[in-house]
Ligand binder design. Structure first.
Ligand code: F0G
Length: 457
């Protein structure tokens, strides 16, 4: 058998990417105030800002789009998608939403009270924000291994069961349900094992608490279980996914990830308990329960995408792609969160810019350098995103300085990854010439999206 794992698809429709020169990029980045979020996407050569809603749909999905039933109530497209979702999740109640954060908002608004507490391995930003907005304490309980970038562990997304149990005992009266995010995006796209899912579900059940999974990347998680968890080698990814869902009482989903669509999301629930409350919030904020803020055609594309996202050839190639880039980075002596996750590689900027003071934002500086060197756009996950300027002008800094390169599904080929590896290695060679930044203008919250910067030195 040849060793090369090929992209398991052919390209039928292409989108040209615009080449730029370094001089162009210097001008464009200066115009964007040294903030890659402010660049026009067409000035980016390889856009690895996010894997969310940015992937390529298949010809079957585009075909399904023409079959969208745009009826306001009871559209055929709703029932078609419901059947696919019920088969995979085993849950009878399905509510479409326009994306993942809407699913969170609808469910949490329906069932949480001010003063509640929700445990999770790690809450994604929007999950945390939606809970905190309602006065709910969002508690991260990922295992200690999950917080050490260089440490290799097969399931760094696992929740710490001892900590979860202690919390359920001490604060059980405040906990409306327990959550688990698969894969754990905030922790590096790391998977959760079936053993951990099973044990956490049993723990919650023993305390009478429902179990809600955030399943944006459930198919990638299921593939990791197949590849890494003894006993699952010969189980199909679809059956593994079904088993994952069988332990849960409900789930929130951003279909922009493993359902392979550009927009969409949903809630599923096993029991009737929360349905009426959730539907009422949905009708107020998203739309009628059989379309939930989406067009019928979006529901059709999602029904096909959910099936395609579970195909094993695709998932094998998908996880291998991230691993391949990791190997190239290892060869260049560049540190990253190990092992590589499902959807992204998180570069440890401190291994590229070891001498740069944190006050000059090394991960932000690396992000800028990747754009200038090769037109690559990633996201800083460091002290611009998680640090704060206090009223007295001093700053707090984040513990890690990472750059996330997140891969849109079915979009980039191996040569794009080879090119990126070369660019990153080149940036490391020239590290002594890379300048840090200072922030010249910033909003009070979520400053990374809109802040303006200037070079230091
Ligand atoms: N949960 C997780 C684990 C996510 O990664 C995301 C989105 C959401 C919920 C929210 O879903 O965007 O459809 O509203 N993550 C994207 C990212 C934005 O870039 O990681 P959404």
């Amino acid at each position: 058998m040849p060793k090369t794992l090929i992209e398991p698809f052919r390209i039928k429709s292409i989108e040209p990417i615009r080449m730029t020169t370094r001089a162009d990029r210097e001008r464009l980045l200066a115009e964007a105030k040294l903030n890659v979020f402010k660049l026009h996407a067409e000035d980016v050569l390889i856009d690895w800002l996010t894997d969310s809603g940015t992937g390529a749909m298949s010809s079957r999905q585009w075909g399904a789009i023409m079959e969208g039933d745009e009826s306001y109530a009871g559209a055929r497209s709703f029932y078609r998608l419901q059947a696919v979702i019920e088969d995979i999740t085993g849950m009878k109640h399905f509510i479409p939403t326009h994306q993942g954060r809407a699913a969170e908002k609808v469910l949490f608004t329906a069932v949480c009270q001010r003063g509640d507490l929700v445990p999770n391995n790690c809450h994604f930003d929007t999950t945390r924000a939606n809970l905190e907005y309602l006065g709910v304490d969002a508690r991260d309980l990922v295992i200690a291994e999950g917080l050490q970038p260089a440490l290799i562990h097969p399931f760094k997304g696992n929740i710490d069961l001892a900590k979860a149990e202690a919390l359920l005992k001490a604060e059980g009266h405040r906990i409306p349900f327990g959550m688990l995010t698969v894969t754990n995006n905030t922790g590096g796209g790391q998977p959760v094992s079936m053993a951990n899912i099973r044990a956490y579900a049993a723990l919650l059940k023993a305390h009478g608490k429902p179990f809600i999974m955030d399943v944006c990347r459930f198919a990638e998680n299921a593939m990791f279980i197949k590849l890494r968890e003894p006993g699952y080698e010969n189980t199909s990814v679809r059956d593994i996914a079904k088993e994952m869902f069988s332990h849960a009482d409900g789930a929130t989903m951003s279909a922009k990830k493993d359902a392979m669509v550009n927009i969409g999301g949903f809630i599923v629930l096993r029991s009737d308990d929360w349905m009426d409350a959730a539907r009422n919030v949905l009708i107020m904020t998203e739309g009628f329960p059989t379309y939930g803020g989406l067009a019928g055609r979006d529901l059709e594309a999602m029904a096909v995408g959910l099936e395609e996202g579970l195909q094993e050839d695709y998932l094998r190639y998908r996880l291998r792609t991230a691993e391949y880039l990791g190997e190239r980075l290892d060869e260049a002596g560049i540190g990253f969160v190990k092992p590589t996750g499902g959807h992204a590689v998180y570069i440890d900027a401190r291994t590229v810019l070891p001498g740069m003071p944190v006050a000059h934002y090394p991960a932000w500086a690396l992000c800028n350098a990747l754009y200038l060197e090769g037109g690559i756009r990633g996201v800083e996950i460091g002290s611009v995103m998680f640090g704060k300027r206090l009223d007295d002008g001093t700053e707090t800094f984040h513990t890690m300085e990472l750059v996330r390169l997140a891969f849109p599904r079915r979009m980039y080929t191996q040569s794009h990854f080879d090119y990126a590896a070369e660019v990153i290695a080149e940036v490391k060679q020239k590290a002594s010439a890379i300048r840090g930044v200072r922030i010249t203008k910033q909003p009070k919250f979520l400053r990374h999206f809109t802040c303006e910067c200037d070079w230091v030195g």
